[in-house]
Design a protein around this ligand. Structure first.
Ligand code: F6P
Length: 366
């Protein structure tokens, strides 16, 4: 092989999702067509805090064929440890951005491709500005809450998993005359709940963007029963608040707090209000793993190729985005400034209402 014309680096950051390996593959394959070398940085920016930096050379022979079909990320990732306020063993927070920038510069790479959500891209962009190195962002998040891009890598697979869960819950619900509550992820945006709820034939979909009342939900289920239905499917997004207006979260090792558990509270209230057997499934990280869907692989491939093309053209500080059946690029600052919630008068909300699905704020059936 000829001496590589250029060396670039890539890392995955934030929560993993299906399709990350397909992005890595696309970047490596496109780079190889240009005779460029690709270095993978392990565990997000944390790999650059190790001595020596934890990196791996990425070549067609180690990323093609099998890897792109796999969930997770071969580079590892992290959604904790902000380099600007890094938690140290003694409990203090330290700015370690300088160490990361120095380590990156020593790798001799001409640009960095960061695959991440809004939080990761904000951190990477700050590092790139401080260190004066070129950065390209690729959006990934099951939550699909990044503005500008219509789709982020990982969302489609998460929706498919949640839809399959509803397909599996429906027959058992019908067999036992039960109300099934499915809690899905999504952080502060209800995209997974709304999309999977419509695709999976839910009767009630609760999302953080639309306030609900248990009275409306119970009235809706009552009408369904009067029409002969012996079961109901309810999808609840993890950031839906309790009737008292609080988020429900769990504490994890290391003081990390994550949304989760609202499904059980709503399930108990629906059981009481409807006087019905109710069961709750919290889908959790199942939505992040597994094989990426065909659509996520396509998005990943298109984003990866386009990202390398941007570097070839010398255009930096850009995030690739899906818009109107094409890949475009936008400034990272523009991409992360807007948190993309579900639009209350958007097509999917109108579709759900048109199908007679209860969104908690009214009973659409008369
Ligand atoms: O942002 C992706 C996401 O899966 C959210 O939907 C969820 O709230 C969170 O990450 C879970 O984080 P963790 O993997 O740290 O439990």
């Amino acid at each position: 092989m000829n001496t590589p014309a250029k060396r670039i680096a890539i890392l995955t950051s934030g929560g993993d999702c299906a399709g990350l390996n397909a992005v890595i593959r696309a970047v490596v394959l496109r780079a190889e067509t240009l005779n460029w070398e690709v270095i993978g940085i392990m565990d997000g920016t944390h790999g650059l805090l190790e001595n020596p930096p934890h990196v791996m050379p990425l070549r067609m022979d180690n990323v093609d064929t099998v890897v792109m079909r796999q969930g997770g990320t071969i580079l590892g990732t992290t959604n904790k440890g902000d380099p600007f306020a890094y938690p140290m063993p003694d409990g203090t927070l330290k700015d370690r951005s300088g160490e990361i920038i120095d380590a990156f510069k020593k790798l001799g790479c001409e640009a960095l491709i960061g695959i991440g959500g809004d939080g990761s891209l904000a951190i990477l962009s700050r590092l790139a500005k401080q260190g004066g190195f070129p950065l390209i962002g690729i959006p990934k998040t099951i939550d699909n809450d990044l503005g500008v891009t219509e789709m982020s890598v990982g969302f489609d697979t998460a929706v498919a998993v949640a839809t399959e869960a509803l397909d599996r819950l429906q027959p058992t619900a019908a067999s036992h005359d039960r109300i099934m509550v499915l809690e899905v992820m999504g952080r502060d945006a209800g995209h997974i709940a709304l999309t999977a709820g419509i695709a999976g034939g839910a009767d009630v979909i609760l999302i953080p963007e639309i306030p609900y009342s248990i009275t409306n939900i119970a009235a809706h289920i009552k009408i369904l029963r009067q029409r002969g239905r012996n079961f109901a499917l309810v999808v609840v997004s993890e950031a839906v608040k309790t009737p008292d207006g609080d988020n429900v979260s769990q504490n994890f090792f290391g003081g990390q707090k994550r949304l989760g558990g609202i499904g059980h509270i709503i399930g108990a209230q629906i059981a009481e209000a409807c006087q019905a057997e109710t069961r709750v499934t919290v889908l959790g990280h199942v939505q992040r793993g597994g094989q990426p869907s065909a659509h996520d692989r396509l998005l990943a491939s298109a984003f990866g190729v386009y990202a390398v093309n941007l570097i070839q053209k010398g255009q930096f500080d850009r995030m690739v985005a899906w818009h109107d059946r094409s890949v475009i690029d936008v400034s990272i600052a523009d991409a992360i400034k807007h948190y993309q919630c579900v639009e209350k008068d958007g097509t999917l909300v109108k579709t759900a209402r048109g199908l007679g699905i209860c969104l908690g704020d009214e009973t659409p059936l008369k």
